[in-house]
Design a protein around this ligand. Sequence first.
Ligand code: FES
Ligand code: FES
Length: 175
Amino acid sequence: MATITVNGKKREYQGSPDTPLLYVLRNELDVTSPQFGCGLAQCGACSVLLDGKEIRSCITAVSAAAGKEVTTLEGLPERWAKQKNLPPAEAAKTLHPVQEAWIEEQTPLCGFCQSGMMIKATELLEKTPSPTVPEIKAAFTTSGASAHLCRCGSYFAIVEAVQYASRLMAKGGAK
Ligand code: FES
Ligand code: FES
């Protein structure tokens, strides 16, 4: 059994501790933003934050997340609201600036990779609020287990969306 915190809520998983976190999230806990792409830590579609660090949930055993905070795309609004100390009424209608930027820039094409892309962008912007273009490219290519892949080729839009999100975050999230 493993107890993990997913998007601020404690969840229990009764199965094998070796089960990949991705399977537990999608199949047991109904958290479906992380996608199964390669299953080999080679694409980034399954990325989630584990205590703020982007990890590949397809190769991470659920036991490795025990006692830690897992954040998925579904949990980004709450994460932002907490960081900004927003009152509950405002928090309920808030998206994370990264999500706002992705919508404004119309970044997704098929969308399959984009949850992982937004998770990576969030990790980057929490550490580096005003990244340069080379820093953005490095974050998505060389900073993690492998480059984040987009079969639709949305890479330029992603760079622009990260820059947009950076500006939104500097203004406190307001458009
Ligand atoms: S599905 Fe996990 S990195 Fe591709
Ligand atoms: S938007 Fe289709 S794979 Fe990235």
